[in-house]
Design a protein around this ligand. Structure first.
Ligand SMILES: Nc1ncnc2c1ncn2[C@@H]1O[C@H](COP(=O)(O)OP(=O)(O)OP(=O)(O)O)[C@@H](O)[C@H]1O
Ligand SMILES: Cc1cn([C@H]2C[C@H](O)[C@@H](COP(=O)(O)O)O2)c(=O)[nH]c1=O
Length: 208
């Protein structure tokens, strides 16, 4: 019997992470697996409270350092209260964003990638997914998907300018290039079912 696994889906705004998370969850359940679908920031009562603080309010509500610490604190609670217990009872965990979002969004300005990894070592003992997928879409396509879902509304971080979001996407692509064992790029274009099939191909070696 193969062990339960922790999988994260990553990428910029509107690339299809939540859609694919639900699709993978449905496929796994149909195979008789117990699945926990979760998200960041959030995924436990404490982390959901922090999510509200992080994603609402004025753009300058938090300094870069406070923001990174809040994401790390939310993640520590999520790992401790939701992810580890689920894995221990044999459930697969699918998370919509995890550490790599902090590296891409908070680790390329005032703070470095090394700073974010240090916070993660302190908060969550460096706990990592077994596999991480970076959903990749051309900039215009992701923006138009997000716009048709949200209209002009977006949260405190999603509303940052396009130069910021371009740097985020470039950071995600770099993680896939330099951490190929864990982090796999996935072409997120085309029909949702085709994207799900690409993800499942990249999971064949882990699935029971
Ligand atoms: N393959 C696809 N083709 C066309 N539209 C899609 C596809 N996948 C998802 N969508 C639509 O694009 C929008 C964004 O998808 P989704 O919410 O899954 O993205 P996300 O990456 O989770 O976004 P965010 O990080 O901003 O929450 C939704 O309206 C969704 O229905
Ligand atoms: C985990 C995490 C998230 N973010 C940002 C990315 C998005 O703009 C929001 C989350 O919104 P979603 O619709 O649920 O994807 O938060 C971040 O900046 N850093 C992180 O670690």
């Amino acid at each position: 019997m193969r062990p339960a696994r922790f999988i994260s889906l990553e990428g910029g705004e509107g690339v299809g992470k939540s859609t694919q998370l639900r699709a993978l969850g449905a496929v796994f359940r149909a195979r008789g697996m117990e699945v926990v679908e979760t998200r960041e920031p959030g995924g436990s009562p404490g982390a959901e409270a922090i999510r509200h603080m992080l994603l609402t309010g004025a753009a300058d509500r938090w300094s870069a350092r406070a923001e990174a610490l809040l994401f790390a604190a939310a993640r520590a609670d999520h790992v401790e209260k939701t992810i580890r217990p689920a894995l221990q009872r044999g459930a697969w965990v699918l998370s919509d964003r995890f550490l790599d979002s902090s590296r891409a969004y908070q680790g390329m300005g005032e703070l470095t990638d090394e700073d974010i990894l240090t916070l993660h070592r302190i908060g969550s003992a460096g706990f990592l997914p077994d596999r991480t997928f970076i959903l990749m879409l051309p900039e215009g396509e992701a923006e138009s998907r997000a716009h048709s879902r949200d209209g002009d509304g977006s949260d405190r971080i999603g509303g940052r300018d396009s130069a910021f979001h371009r740097r985020v996407s470039q950071s995600f692509a770099r993680f896939a290039a330099i951490e190929a064992d864990r982090v796999r790029p996935i072409d997120a274009s085309g029909e949702a079912a085709a994207v799900t099939a690409r993800l499942l191909r990249e999971l064949e070696d882990l699935l029971p």
